[in-house]
Design a protein around this ligand. Structure first.
Ligand SMILES: Nc1ncnc2c1ncn2[C@@H]1O[C@H](COP(=O)(O)OP(=O)(O)OP(=O)(O)O)[C@@H](O)[C@H]1O
Ligand SMILES: [Mg+2]
Length: 496
């Protein structure tokens, strides 16, 4: 059976679609079919067929396929068949969930995280800025309602750490572990990331480097205790600028106000997180009231940098020993407000820019959640493997989604026409072709273990009998996508 035009054979029997992966058709099922990439425009008067449930199954596979980690994220618009993400492909690159405010990014993120936990595709480290993934989250609407968090769904597998223990306790989370950060864990690089929030000048950062070189990792504690005379003396011998160091001192006192900040700490909290991740636990870090941009960005950068350093170490050891027991568990780090860490000016310096660029080399990837993808550095955007995008209106944001995607122009209009909630365009490495899905509503009673309606289970096996039902597909003009019906000789579609 042939799919697509006259191009080279590809798919199960052909070579795997690599490249940027956006137009690759790597079938997500073990069915004996052969997919070919769309290379030609069908001739005039070619016959067009509607895609059947079976067509979807052949391409997107089954949720309970024993040979791959497929996760049903939702269904195509107007059809009742699951659309699966290949989670193994998903976690091996960095990914993004985009959409304007209120379109359901956090709900989608929770669903996907639940999928990776349930199918054991990776361990997760989640920087839960608004405390909505670990424990209950409030759902908007006329009536107050909440949805379950990951710890409630997978009690033995998820560990909550909190940077604001009082707030976490108030919310009814009883066994969250406390987490503090000490001044001696803060590098000048961390301050560079929050320079806008702290209003630090270039000169202050340069003087921070002088102080760091002189006093070592205890430099902030030392600076905060220095008198004006000591600063004057320091500047005379070490070539620092008095006014810049005094300004730096003044501004760094703001850090002492953060609830999670300590001058020093006898406990290695990051080591605790690493132990949990090594044990296969998923870690949610709650911020509680500490969710200002300053508090969030600083803690996130400090923790992620240390976790990454440990992974680099482990990956190097694995490369050396090649012993499977040394292989680090694949780690996916989730960050909200990603453009703050990945804008063109800071992406080169922050740990998140590094992780996005080095891809899966050290077994760490990102799940970035953001409402303003145009704020993310282009180089980082082009490394994002799978993009899950809810409604976006801003032209610049829409452009950013299609950075590095050949044929993306055809899909632009799709994004602007999505419903304002529960619909998203899937595009990239973890899906064989772009597709619009609707996710099932998540309610207080439902378990977001898959995007299928509660109680609906996809069949284990499927019939080879062609389904006769004719339904509209995809939610936008079928011609915009390249699927061909299995009927011999039938042709339909236009290349992406
Ligand atoms: N799958 C879903 N099931 C039920 N309700 C949903 C779903 N997706 C979105 N919603 C509704 O939409 C509201 C907004 O969703 P969500 O908080 O995920 O948006 P967001 O894109 O993360 O917004 P923000 O950018 O403000 O963080 C939710 O509170 C919920 O009421
Ligand atoms: Mg959100």
């Amino acid at each position: 059976m042939g799919w697509g035009g006259n191009g080279a054979k590809q798919g199960k029997k052909g070579k795997k679609g690599e490249g940027n992966g956006y137009a690759s058709l790597v079938v997500q099922s073990n069915a004996e079919v052969e997919l070919l990439p769309v290379k030609t425009i069908p001739a005039h008067f070619s016959q067009v067929y509607e895609a059947s449930d079976r067509d979807f199954r052949i391409i997107f596979g089954w949720e309970d396929d024993p040979h791959r980690r497929n996760f049903a994220i939702g269904q195509p618009i107007d059809m009742e068949v699951p659309v699966c993400l290949d989670l193994d492909r998903f976690v091996e690159r960095s990914n993004g969930i985009f959409g304007k405010s209120g379109t359901g990014k956090s709900f989608l993120t929770r669903l996907l995280l639940a999928g990776t936990i349930q199918r054991q595709a990776a361990v997760n480290l989640i920087f839960d800025m608004h405390s909505e993934y670990g424990w209950e989250a409030v759902s908007e609407g006329k009536h107050f309602s909440t949805v379950k968090g990951l710890r409630q769904l997978f009690p033995g597998l998820v560990q909550i750490f909190t940077l604001d223990p009082e707030s976490t306790q108030r919310r009814g989370v009883s066994d969250a572990q406390e987490l503090f950060i000490s001044f001696d864990q803060i590098e000048v690089e961390d301050l560079a990331l929050v320079r806008g929030e702290l209003n630090l000048s270039e000169a202050s950062l340069e003087n921070a480097i002088i102080l760091r070189n002189e006093f070592g990792k205890g430099w902030i504690n030392r600076l905060l205790m220095m008198t004006n005379e000591e600063i004057q003396e320091f500047c005379e011998t070490k070539m620092g600028s008095k006014s810049s160091i005094m300004a730096l001192q003044r501004k760094l006192t703001r850090l002492a106000d953060l609830k999670y900040m300590r001058p020093s700490s006898a406990t290695n909290y990051v080591a605790k997180i690493l132990t949990a991740l090594d044990d296969g636990k998923h870690v949610v870090i709650e911020f509680g009231s500490q969710s200002t941009m300053l508090a969030y960005m600083l803690a996130t950068n400090v923790i992620a940098r240390r976790i990454h350093a440990s992974y680099v170490h482990k990956a190097d050891r694995f490369l050396q020993t090649k012993n499977p027991v040394d292989r680090p568990r694949q780690l996916m780090i989730t960050i909200e407000e990603a453009h703050r860490f990945l804008d063109p000016a800071t992406a080169k310096q922050t740990i998140f820019g590094t992780i996005a660029r080095e891809m899966r080399k050290y077994f760490v990837t990102l799940l970035v959640v953001d409402q303003r993808p145009s704020g993310i550095d282009n180089e980082v955007m082009s490394q994002i493997g799978t993009r899950i995008t809810a409604l976006l209106n801003d032209e610049k944001d829409i452009d950013a989604i299609f950075t590095g995607v050949s044929g993306g122009q055809n899909l632009r209009s799709v994004l602007a026409k999505l419903d304002s909630k529960q619909q998203a365009l899937l595009l990239g490495h973890a899906v064989p072709m772009p597709v619009v899905v609707r996710t099932a509503p998540t309610t207080a009673h439902s378990t977001p273990r898959s995007g299928l309606p509660p109680g609906k289970k996809p069949p284990m096996t499927w019939s080879l009998k062609p389904l006769r039902r004719q339904r509209p597909i995809w939610g936008f003009k079928p011609q915009e996508l390249g699927v061909r019906s299995q009927e011999p000789g039938a042709r339909r579609f236009i290349p992406l």
